[in-house]
Design a protein around this ligand. Structure first.
Ligand SMILES: *Cc1c(COP(=O)(O)O)cnc(C)c1O
Length: 364
């Protein structure tokens, strides 16, 4: 059978391995498995969310509120923006997909960082757009600007803090960069880890309100999958000018967010204290990763997120290490596919991290 030729060059995105797979493949008990591969919140979500979701289970027959009023009200209040500036997606992934279909086609060019979130490229290929990458591992705005001038891309993706490296842009530098971009180029600012970056260093904190007040060609992305501990609920959002949001809405399937997810995300916003505590704990635990790396004489990238990237030495292989960890029930992300001899590890709870340090020092 013949398929859309655009699919030929696409490598299927490999999500972080689920615990269920390790149970099946290696016969390890679920309780003995630690998953530090997908940057979820190891402390879970607020108890308030758990209670609210329990109440909804009795009312599953009806379609969700497609206006998403409760969640939209909570988000517009949080960010001090208008309804017309907001779109909710099934994860911010879905918003990236809308963006791609709204702005790009076979003739489009997409400018992204050399090492960044893999889905930008995959969605670009869905529409047949050309992907242009910078060369430096960290976002270098000078290089972005040079490539912007040379290639005139339709969309630029800035991921700050960046996945899978954990570094973050200075917000002032980013605003200066945006000033220089023509209004016909759409700039996506992916803030999936912004809660972490802003907590660690105020100068990394990007305000979506300020972004859309200053620029009508910029869209900010946020998600409930990381700091809010709702990775399983699939809720993300885009904040942009009314003009852009209006176009994205044309691509949104009805009822793209379940009743359960809408409620969970709405309630999660009522318990910011829980989220801040988790973030504080995460950075406390991250110090132990920095010490561990020092002891093991391996490099670590300074991280503004809830994960660390360990850059292995030449005599250590990230594929060998991550496979060996997996056989012992420890799931981490191998970055070989990104061209790096490195592993990305989500900062877990104290116990999970203890386990990682023990296994990893044994294997290295
Ligand atoms: C996790 C992540 C997302 C999207 O996550 P969703 O679960 O789809 O909301 C987007 N961008 C980056 C950089 C991420 O790491």
């Amino acid at each position: 059978m013949k398929f859309n030729t655009k699919l030929e060059s696409i490598e299927t995105y490999e999500a972080g391995k689920p615990i269920e797979l390790v149970v099946r493949e290696f016969g390890i008990e679920p309780k003995d498995i630690v998953k530090l591969a997908s940057n979820e919140n190891p402390y879970g979500c607020s108890i308030k969310v758990q209670q609210a979701v329990g109440d909804i289970v009795q009312n599953m027959a009806l379609y969700p509120d497609d206006s998403m009023m409760k969640l939209k009200n909570a988000l517009t209040k949080k960010y001090d923006i208008l309804d017309e500036n907001l779109i909710i997606g099934s994860g911010s992934d879905q918003v990236i997909e809308f963006i791609m279909h709204a702005k790009a086609d076979e003739n489009a060019k997409i400018l992204i960082n050399s090492v960044t979130f893999a889905m930008y490229e995959i969605y670009a290929k869905h529409v047949g757009a050309e992907v242009i990458r910078t060369t430096s591992q960290e976002h270098n705005l000078d290089e972005f600007y040079t490539l912007y001038k040379k290639e005139n891309p339709d969309i630029i993706f800035l991921c700050t803090p960046n996945n899978p490296t954990g570094d973050a842009l200075n917000a002032v530098d980013m605003m200066e960069f945006l000033e220089k971009i023509d209004s016909d180029t759409l700039v996506v600012v992916d803030g999936a880890y912004m809660e972490y970056g802003a907590f660690k260093d105020e100068s990394k904190s990007v305000s979506p309100k300020e972004l859309i007040e200053k620029f009508d060609n910029v869209i900010y992305l946020g998600t409930f999958s990381k700091a809010y501990g709702l990775g399983g609920m699939r809720v993300g959002y885009g904040i942009s000018s009314a003009n852009i949001i209006k176009e994205l809405y044309k691509l949104r399937p009805p009822f793209n967010i379940t009743t359960l997810s809408l409620e969970a995300a709405s309630i999660a916003l009522e318990d910011e204290e829980f989220v801040n505590n988790c973030i504080a704990l995460s950075f406390e635990e991250m110090k132990r990763y920095e010490e561990f790396a020092k002891e093991q004489k391996i490099d670590i990238i300074e991280s503004y997120t809830n994960f660390v990237t360990l850059l292995l030495n030449a005599d250590q292989d990230s594929t060998t290490l991550s496979d060996a960890l997996l056989r012992r029930g420890m799931i981490v992300r191998n970055l070989k596919g990104y061209g790096m001899n490195a592993i990305r590890v989500t900062v877990g709870t104290k116990e999970q991290n203890d386990r990682f340090f023990a296994l990893c020092s044994e294997l290295l």
